[in-house]
Write a protein that binds this ligand. Sequence first.
Ligand code: PLP
Length: 418
Amino acid sequence: MMNLHKKMEEMLLKRHTHISMHVPGHKNNTIGYLSSLHLDFDMTEIDGMDDLHEPTGILQEVNQTLSGKYPGYHAQMMVNGTTNGILSAVYAVSDQTERYFIVDSAHKSVYHALKLLNCKPVHIKSTEIVNRQLDSHDTIIITYPTYSGEAIDISNIIQYAHNYGTTVITDEAHGAHLDMAPDFPKSSMKYDSDITIQSYHKMLPALTMASVIFTKSRALHDKVMKYVNYFETSSPSYLIMLSIESAQEFYDNFKPELFNKNRKKIIQTLKSREIIVKSQNDPTKLILNHPSLTPYELAKVFTDRHIYHEMVTDRGVLWCLPLFHNGHSYPLRLLLERIGSADFSRVHITPEKTNLEILKNRTCIRTIVPYPPGVPLVHEGETITDNHMNWLSHYVSNRVRMEGIQYNLEYYKNEDNR
Ligand SMILES: Cc1ncc(COP(=O)(O)O)c(C=O)c1O
């Protein structure tokens, strides 16, 4: 039996070979300034420090600095990720909301919040929301940009919603770096989103779980704070908070030239190997395909060369690019060499064989969520249809991790044996 410490040591030893094209944005501590943090900073809310849930001192000052990112907004650091912010935001508007609209799709945390509130959401496409009659007892929840870096025209949606007095919550988990450079998409806060939550740890160089919730009105901010207090740990990590401050400094001083230059080099090298590179609205995201491989096979070629992706779906392999800056230590040359010398002709994935038949037409007992991206495929209480079954077997055979699947299988096996 291996303990966690030994496992981490083993991972660290491999690090010189591990190339990160995934979150967190510090990319194995090669981007940003997290090296200036050390374990002695792992303090707690002793005298002389501050209380994150009612900040009046140094933590309030940091929050004020963060508010400067989008003037007019109230910012609050969080140490339990955007998940915590989404739960708090959905609860904060619950006394004024009768209908929650989910635009396109949502992370599981949105469904968890609504489930706790006993609310059934209305699903709506981003293209249809502006034809829908809304009112001031509605709240719409939008994921922007998407996991893969698509940015819909959110300005129109927010303006339309606000004309009806509808509240807009924007899940910007994948957008802490927006507005950092002229060709990066604009944050929903440029268009007056009521509440926006950003995972600093995903694209910026911050520690895992570092997030910030931004609220437009003071009254709503106060409600948000009530629920942040409910859902968040009462022992916030100063290391995570320090990493938020460091990431904000990184954001404020970022110059895009080196990022643009290195991004171009990566794309050129990929294309020289026949890889089809799809750029997204967000320039830090690339979707890769190969003419003679499935996305899952292509991902395997890369992981065999220790280049690790963020996500692989039927649409391709998703890479999150590093935010290159002067003084970074990201192994760019090694990355280019490995892409240049990869063998795309010999790859084989042994399909995972799990018999799923037992689930057909059964009621889903625990929500099944492919992770990443964390968007539920079958919700608790839904019947598992033929269409679901096709997706489930497709994902299982391609070794996509799915939360909840094992629980459902065990449940029905026990049920049938009774
Ligand atoms: C769209 C979206 N929202 C929210 C979250 C949750 O963010 P966090 O990991 O910061 O809790 C994720 C995580 O992957 C996500 O993809």
